[in-house]
Design a protein around this ligand. Structure first.
Ligand SMILES: NC(=O)c1ccc[n+]([C@@H]2O[C@H](COP(=O)([O-])OP(=O)(O)OC[C@H]3O[C@@H](n4cnc5c(N)ncnc54)[C@H](O)[C@@H]3O)[C@@H](O)[C@H]2O)c1
Ligand SMILES: N[C@H](CO)Cc1c[nH]c[nH+]1
Ligand SMILES: [Zn+2]
Length: 444
């Protein structure tokens, strides 16, 4: 089912040989650029037009009324409430430990630098809702933002025809459970543009407008990811968290039934999702291929799963040994990496590039998607080489406070002046000299 890629005995850079989706984000950026520009110029009217085109919903208003949030929370199925509560509780415990404390370094007597951690003020959280509904993503966005101390949280999620043009009911309920009351029925690139530029909230412009945010986080399909890339700079964004990826590094100890189930679980998100098996064991590879055929036939979303598994972004990679497999998964930098080998933890500690690593037979990616306590908003498309998943840190800025007294500045002044001269920026040196009019020796 998966394309077979044989890297045994080869010496080429695995990055050239590894599968990745053909439709890359930069292509999608050009596709959605006119839409983002339209939202910037025409606000609600452009959002409404795009929503009708892509979501099949005619919007009357963007802002979800407070009563609808309360009602969704009341309607929540008790089992779903219990599961969401558990997910929130575990995520809160992990994210509380990520909080940062201010730190002061005494660089010299009388000279200190303090790093103060300050939350971003107003944040837009995107919660997907196209092929699947994502109340769990409300949890993964909101919990770290609240732990960081963000004061204004705004959620945007696609309107659903079945819910009268409001976002999915479980998504609304999750917002209510977490105390988020500013929620907009908008999806795709138009939602990201609305968050970035702001907009009036209804056709008549009667309701208060959605004020622009300082930062946009959250996962989404290729158009959401493209819009975030386009708005980067105007607003902060987290890592690009696009179509889901799973790589499994496995040896002969792995159970092919588990491996296949995990590959399928993430292919379920999107026809563009990527599932990759990396193994030195040809027997395991064949057994997983057979299991995929068997399990896909039994699963609900078999059509999009088959598209994802047979697409050029997915594959079964044969390597000489686990060390070679490690080089492959490092080059790929998967959003999710499972290690199903002997001494799995040892191998996991050697990995350099991955969004999150799931170790051993009892830590499937689905656990992390919902209830491990870890965050499921993770970098895709190779971004794990330079970025991390969503965390408290994503919502904080470290601001340096520089405090030097007269003696401390005098002591270092010659070095400042030397560097200013080297860079041919003499006014920089003068700004120090002006404080010591007594002469070049920095004596007052
Ligand atoms: N990396 C992560 O952390 C992570 C976490 C959860 C989900 N995901 C990914 O999020 C994605 C969710 O995708 P989804 O589609 O279900 O929901 P989505 O909310 O991301 O996208 C739906 C929106 O896309 C827009 N759209 C649809 N077709 C379009 C087109 N042709 N041009 C422009 N816009 C269009 C619509 O307006 C719609 O509102 C999946 O790819 C999933 O793998 C990633
Ligand atoms: N696997 C997704 C991250 O790529 C997260 C998710 C949410 N719901 C189910 N799965
Ligand atoms: Zn998932």
């Amino acid at each position: 089912m998966l394309n077979r890629i044989d890297l045994r005995g080869g010496s080429r850079d695995p990055r050239e040989l590894l599968p990745r989706a053909q439709l890359d984000v930069s292509v999608a950026v050009e596709q959605i650029r006119p839409l983002v520009e339209a939202v910037r110029e025409h606000g609600f009217a452009a959002i409404r037009e795009a929503t009708e085109r892509f979501d099949g919903v005619r919007l009357e208003r963007l802002r979800v009324p407070a009563e609808a949030l309360v009602a969704a929370e009341r309607r929540l199925d008790p089992e779903v409430r219990a599961a969401l509560t558990e997910s929130i509780d575990r995520a809160r415990r992990v994210h509380a430990d990520q909080r940062r404390t201010d730190h002061t370094t005494t660089v010299t007597p009388g000279g200190t630098v303090t790093e103060r951690w300050v939350p971003v003020e107003r944040v837009g959280l995107y919660v997907p809702g196209g092929l699947a509904m994502y109340p769990s993503t409300v949890v993964m966005n909101v919990v770290p933002a609240q732990a960081a101390g963000v004061s204004a949280l705004v959620v945007a999620s696609p309107p659903q025809r079945e819910n009268g043009g409001l976002p999915d009911d479980r998504v609304l309920a999750a917002c209510a459970l977490l105390g988020v009351d500013e929620v907009y029925a908008a999806g795709g690139a138009q939602a990201v543009a609305m968050l970035g530029y702001g907009s009036t909230t209804d056709a008549a412009g009667v309701e208060p407008r959605c004020a622009p945010v300082d930062m946009i986080t959250g996962p989404g399909n290729i158009w959401v990811t493209a819009a975030k890339r386009l708005l980067r700079g105007l607003v902060g964004i987290d890592a690009e968290a696009g179509p889901t990826e799973i790589a499994v590094l496995a040896d002969d100890t792995a159970d092919p039934v588990h491996v296949a189930a995990d590959l399928i679980s993430q292919a379920e998100h999107d026809p563009l999702a990527a599932s990759i098996l990396v193994t030195p064991d040809e027997g395991l590879l064949e057994a997983v291929q057979a299991e995929l055929v068997r399990q896909v036939a039994l699963t609900k979303h078999s059509e999009r799963i088959t598209t994802a598994l047979t697409g050029q972004q997915s594959g079964a990679v044969l390597v000489d040994d686990l060390a070679a497999g490690l080089r492959v998964v490092d080059a790929y930098a998967a959003e999710h990496l499972e290690i199903q080998t002997r001494d799995a933890r040892e191998w996991a500690l050697r990995v350099r590039n991955a969004g999150a690593i799931f170790i051993g037979p009892y830590a499937p990616v689905s656990l992390g998607d919902y209830c491990a306590g870890s965050n499921h908003v993770l970098p895709t498309g190779g971004c794990a080489r330079h970025s991390s998943g969503l965390s408290v840190q994503s919502f904080l800025r470290g601001i340096h406070l520089i405090e030097y007294d007269e003696a401390a500045l005098r002591e270092v002044a010659p070095h400042v002046r030397t560097l200013a001269t080297v860079e041919d920026l003499p006014a920089h040196g003068e700004a120090v000299r002006a404080r010591f009019p007594g002469g070049p020796g920095e004596t007052a």
